[in-house]
Design a protein around this ligand. Structure first.
Ligand code: PEP
Ligand code: MN
Length: 443
């Protein structure tokens, strides 16, 4: 169990997207406190996830990674957490049943509190303030006090992550995620076409389970579900003090989440973020945008995964629906030719963001579906494995992304736009996407 803080002296490398913390000693005190806190996840769990990701890289499982763009402290309520977990469990049931494949369930949860921003400041009218960088740094409210980076927030991020993960573990290990409850996960959500379709799937799953029970299958294995946590490893003042040496293997692990990923804006080969993830033994994700240079990606592989260990490295491609069919093939083919077999996951959200006529940052469900289709086409043509889906979603009935069978239109966006950062699929749009992806996966 990893309990010792890492004694490593972290090299002083350039780190992008770090807040301007106050220069009053508070950050140092917070870092020291974090270094005394218990790990949120354990090395053995991270290794277990890596084994499952390795299966996904071979096409023997499919990864479903989802959750908020930016978690917020005030939103970490029991109902919100439960509804997000239920949405992921429902999507996983649709995928498992529809495509007869095991699904690796990975939340963007319990640590997704820091955001890279395109500008350091935000201007409204004639007022300019520091940009909102996630609840781990400052507050969303547009006032000078709220936007001032406060290191104490790193401690609150740890505590909120611990509480969130505790509830996630209770839901997924305590019987709630038992496939025999497949109907119950739909309760409480607003009736709509996607929910009705889900009810039908749940009935089919029920029938299959009764059949297996009659055959004498032991259902104990279905009682608990493995649900892993992940977030962007952005704030090194949070991640470094939470790194511990695993007493079994002597290797360091980031203990803030099972999988950490490096964002599109912070993955320079000589930067501090790539250096950090190269030193921890967790499974690591890497966002890959349309301009990615295959040589850069090969250097990243050599640095993070020199042994080419299956499941260690996941490339989360976020290309844009209009771009993926041209931009992804050269990357996938080059890496294949070099013998690299990362897990390939599609993030059909971040390349498809635009500002709607009414002024909201939004995405179209149709574009999201089209990028996923492009992802399957490219991997099919290259003979590589489409290993998973990465989405920003919520269990709530928000109106942030356009489209869906109960259509969210531009004029609806203002009614329930609740995201502090990027637009998320609502519950119904998430289920619709799961059905479409199940079809693509089994085609
Ligand atoms: C994100 O996942 O919220 C994000 C900022 O993504 P990217 O690094 O791909 O832009
Ligand atoms: Mn986002």
């Amino acid at each position: 169990m990893p309990t010792r803080p890492v004694g490593l002296e972290w090299p002083q490398l350039p780190a992008k997207q770090q807040p301007s913390w106050p220069d009053d000693g508070s950050l140092e005190r917070v870092r020291e406190t974090l270094a005394t806190y218990p790990p949120l996840v354990f090395a053995g769990e991270c290794d277990d996830l890596r084994t499952r990701l390795a299966a996904a890289s071979r096409g023997e499982a499919f990864v479903l990674q989802g959750g908020d763009c930016a978690e917020m402290f005030a939103s970490a309520t029991a109902d919100n957490i439960r509804d997000r977990v239920k949405t992921i469990l429902q999507m996983a049931a649709v995928l498992t049943y529809g495509a007869s494949t095991p699904v690796v369930k990975l939340g963007r949860i319990a640590g997704q509190f820091a955001k890279p921003r395109s500008k350091d400041t935000e201007t409204r009218g004639d007022v300019t303030l520091p940009a909102y960088r996630g609840d781990m740094v400052n507050d969303f409210a547009f006032t000078p006090e709220a936007r001032r980076p406060d290191p104490e927030r790193l401690l609150q991020a740890y505590n909120t992550s611990a509480a969130t993960l505790n509830l996630v573990r209770a839901f997924t290990q305590g019987g709630f995620a038992d496939l025999r409850n497949v109907h119950d996960w739909n309760k409480g959500f607003i009736a709509n076409a996607a929910n009705a379709r889900y009810e039908k799937t749940a009935k089919d799953i029920d029938r299959a389970m009764r059949f297996m029970a009659a055959c004498g299958v032991d259902f104990d294995a279905l009682r608990a579900v493995d649900f892993f946590s992940s977030h962007e490893a952005l704030l090194l003042d949070y991640e470094r003090p939470l790194t511990r040496v695993d007493s079994r293997s002597g290797r360091p692990y980031a203990t803030s989440g099972h999988m950490l990923w490096v964002g599109e804006r912070t993955r320079e080969i000589d930067g501090a973020h790539i250096d950090f993830v190269s030193r921890v033994s967790n499974p690591v994700g890497m966002k890959v945008g349309p301009k990615a240079d295959p040589d850069d990606l090969l250097r990243i592989i050599d640095k993070i995964d020199p042994e080419r260990e299956p499941g260690r490295l996941t490339f989360i491609t976020r290309m844009g629906a209009g771009t993926i069919r041209e931009a992804l093939p050269p990357i996938v083919e080059r890496l294949k030719a070099e013998g690299a077999a990362p897990v390939w996951i599609t993030d059909p959200m971040h390349g498809n963001t635009f500002e709607s006529a009414s002024g909201f940052k939004t995405r179209r469900l149709d574009d999201i579906v089209d990028e996923v289709r492009g992802f399957f086409e490219v991997h099919e043509a290259a003979g590589t494995v489409p290993g998973g889906l990465h989405v920003e979603l919520t269990g709530n009935d928000v109106t942030e992304c356009l489209g869906g069978s109960v259509e969210v239109r531009d004029e609806d966006l203002e009614s329930r736009y609740e995201s502090a950062c990027d637009p998320r699929l609502n519950h119904q749009q998430s289920l619709e996407l799961a059905y479409l992806v199940a079809e693509m996966l089994s085609a």
